[in-house]
Write a protein that binds this ligand. Structure first.
Ligand code: MG
Length: 320
């Protein structure tokens, strides 16, 4: 039996994030605390991104409410797949209860640095490089194609040979534009780690076509928000990279098994959760011991004006 408690939180972004679904100004989520009859505790976090394919925050809240109080373990281990962020949160809290998860310290080299969109990236990569980052993510499909392709050339020229770029189109290109991007990437051997989600998820066949035509790998992100979608793309024999956001991808143990059994080439990525959820996502990364070792997509530190990312779980629990 576990005593289940939950605390909703709201975390405003320093600057609202521009997403394909409009401005995102406040990250809402839920912290979980489980206590066993001996008084041991475990923390978890439910951090939905409904427009990315998870349940809504309201649905997650209603569910947590329905579980508050004493619960059988089974109740917590058999949450519906329709609530993937809840599955992750309760799975993490149970794992934490069984073997306290530390707040991992990651070297900047292990994390992908985030560049601003547009030519501002040209002024931003050096400070990130000095902090130790070697992989950089740049959003594309924001400005006119020819301007961005020039920016790509400039960035690739400036970046030392050890540095690599990840380009993320968030599903915003046409097939013709994507082909142009890939051609430009292929002409910069060793510089571009991958092009992420050039087309929207509905255009899976076109994504397959593109990936067979070019050297530069394509990574799926929006296409694989949940474990079911990840499985779907794997069944359709996607041979490229998968960007996985563990926090909204169901039970951590199931996700780990799925990735390991199939030796998938994955990049683990943040869903803008707090340090509580991030512990689970990073523990998962360590379990998978990613091969090839790709930098984690957790370069999000400066999006919030608070110290939540560095607080131990019990302190954050008290702070919200
Ligand atoms: Mg992405």
């Amino acid at each position: 039996m576990r005593w289940v408690e939950y605390r909703p939180y709201e975390r405003p972004f320093c600057q609202p994030l521009k997403t394909a679904h409009g401005l995102w100004s406040v990250r809402q989520g839920i912290l979980l605390r489980l206590t066993d009859p001996t008084g041991r505790v475990g923390y978890g976090e439910v951090a939905p991104i409904p427009w990315f394919g998870s349940e809504t925050t309201a649905a997650a809240l209603a569910f947590c409410q329905s579980l508050s109080g004493w619960q059988d373990d089974l109740q917590l281990r058999e949450i519906s797949a329709a609530l993937p962020a809840c599955q992750f949160g309760f799975g993490l809290a149970l794992a934490d209860l069984e073997a306290l998860l530390p707040l991992p310290k990651l070297e900047p080299r292990a994390i992908c640095g985030l560049l601003p969109a547009g030519e501002a990236a040209l002024h931003r990569w050096q400070p990130l490089w000095q902090q130790g980052h070697r992989t950089f993510k740049w959003k594309v499909g924001v400005q006119a194609l020819d301007i961005e392709l020039e920016g790509l050339q400039a960035l690739a020229r400036e970046l030392p040979s050890e540095g690599q770029l990840r380009l993320d189109a968030n599903g915003g290109l046409t097939e013709v534009e994507a082909a142009q991007w890939l051609e430009a990437c292929d002409a910069l051997p060793g510089k571009i780690e991958f092009l992420e989600q050039p087309l929207p998820p509905e255009q899976f066949e076109a994504l397959q076509r593109l990936s067979q035509r070019c050297q530069t790998p394509i990574a799926l992100d929006e296409s694989v928000a949940t474990l079911a979608q990840l499985e779907g793309c794997w069944r359709l024999q996607w041979s490229g990279i998968y960007v996985v956001k563990p926090t909204i991808c169901g039970y951590p143990a199931e996700l780990t098994r799925f990735i390991c059994d199939r030796s998938l080439d994955v990049v683990l990525s943040s869903a803008l959760e707090t340090g509580v959820g991030r512990r689970g996502a990073i523990a998962l990364a360590q379990e998978i011991s990613l091969n090839p070792k790709r930098a984690l997509g957790f370069g999000t530190g400066s999006l919030f004006d608070d110290d939540w990312d560095s607080l131990p779980a019990e302190q954050l629990w008290e702070a919200v």
